[in-house]
Design a protein around this ligand. Sequence first.
Ligand SMILES: [Ca+2]
Ligand SMILES: [Ca+2]
Ligand SMILES: [Ca+2]
Length: 371
Amino acid sequence: MRNKIIMNVLVLILSVAMIAAATMAWFTHNDEAGNAIFTAGTVSIKAGRKVVADEGEPGSSDTVDGTFYPVRVVEYSPGPRIDGKPVKEPRNNPENALGAPESGQDENNFCSLGFGGTIILEFDHGLYAPTLAVVVEDTWGGKYPLEEAHVWVSDTGLDDDWDYVGKADNKNLVQNQTYSGFTFEFVDIRYIKYVKITDCSNKDDFVGYDPKTVDGFDLNAVYINGHTQEEDNWNPGDENERVYTITNTGTKAIRLRGKLTGKWYEYDEETKSWKMCYLSPDVVSFKLRDDETEWVKSGDDDCFYYIPSIPGTYGDDVTEEDRTVELIIKVCLDGPDTGNEYQGKRFIVAATFAAIQASNGAQEESGWYVT
Ligand SMILES: [Ca+2]
Ligand SMILES: [Ca+2]
Ligand SMILES: [Ca+2]
């Protein structure tokens, strides 16, 4: 029996109402001012989703284990060939690196990065608990110089948000391809949605080779073993529970609220990606469990409010458990109003949480629901 509990940090939403540093001036007889700095307490939280793989437990969902290939090119910034010219066709087509690897010898099977060039590819799903990433390089024939590339992964694909996993190369050629494998022991990432590969081959190693094909790392494919987190068979009338966890990471005690929103997506065959579509999100509702006592939903702003205050790190015997709360939400798909137009579509739920200091009437001042 599987009983995996994985904590994934999903959103990081920070504070409202925080006193940073105040400067106070006072007069002296010669009109010079001095400064006094006050260091104030902090308000910050960390939120995540708890995934329980056992069916029927809170937060359980259908996970699909498998091997996944990227479906979209986010960026292709090739470097030059050894002779300074651009990478030649069709080796400069970044889509050659999407999908499953091909064997054999065909220039349409791979995308050459050029010296120092970079490619960023996107997977269709966030891939949780990844166990193996494989980068496939094409080199046809044994005695070719070393071609290498750095490999990173990311959940967001943002510029400063990449985790390094290692270097792929063409050393262990099996016929025409080298498979470089990577594991994730040293990578702390909530899930993988993007992979970035940057050539780091040494030009000097290629003197004397035909310059038309001296073009750095030749990426045939990338794949990752992991699992997705989706309801694969969500039907009208279904209610599915999701569990979010929120930890107060600041020093001060806080009040907390969360809001869930969702949008429908449809698959676009042409771009091989999911695109937002304008089906009504109103057929989906977010509810608390009937026996919920610590959270309330406020009709005014549609937010879920946690009633008790949550202690901060300030103080001797406050544990992380004391600072962590769970929000269990039922995501309900309406029966009568959900017609055939929703079939095969995907609904993506986003949760955002906000915290406010629990003291000095901050909630009232900021228009928060107060019990
Ligand atoms: Ca090669
Ligand atoms: Ca090459
Ligand atoms: Ca390929």
